[in-house]
Design a protein around this ligand. Structure first.
Ligand code: FES
Length: 126
């Protein structure tokens, strides 16, 4: 399956305009994750930010299998070994850097990367 193009949040009903700050880099410890939610009327957008091995990735927090958020009630997006992103619903594992599912019901599909700009201190929607 082909990797989808990055998602511009401003194209979504509840998405923030380009240039909106998602988080400060200082808020992301190594192997730290964050969920950022935007709401407007009945629409909701959830974004996950995950740092691993010094690399920060930002994805639409929506599993390609059934569309649920990868996390359930906290901001833990990595499996117990800290090696892959994991969907808590049915356990799909995703490569952190590519977003590709390497094990589980959506094997071969991708998380949708969010289009962002990173400065030395923060991450902004593009
Ligand atoms: S919804 Fe993620 S593995 Fe099924």
């Amino acid at each position: 399956m082909k990797k989808p193009s990055p998602l511009h949040l401003e194209d979504l009903p509840a998405g923030p305009p380009a240039g909106t700050k998602l988080c400060n880099l200082a808020d992301l410890p190594e192997h730290g994750g964050k969920e950022i939610i935007f709401r407007e009327d009945r629409f909701r957008v959830s974004v996950l930010v995950q740092k691993k091995d010094g690399i920060i990735k930002v994805y639409d927090n929506r599993c390609p299998h059934a569309g649920t958020p990868l996390n359930m009630f906290d901001e833990n997006f990595l499996n117990i070994e800290g090696s892959h992103l994991i969907c808590r619903t049915h356990g799909a594992l995703f490569n952190h850097e590519s977003g590709k599912c390497i094990l589980g019901p959506c094997k071969g599909e991708y998380l949708r990367e969010v289009a962002v700009d990173m400065t030395d201190t923060a991450i902004f929607t593009r």
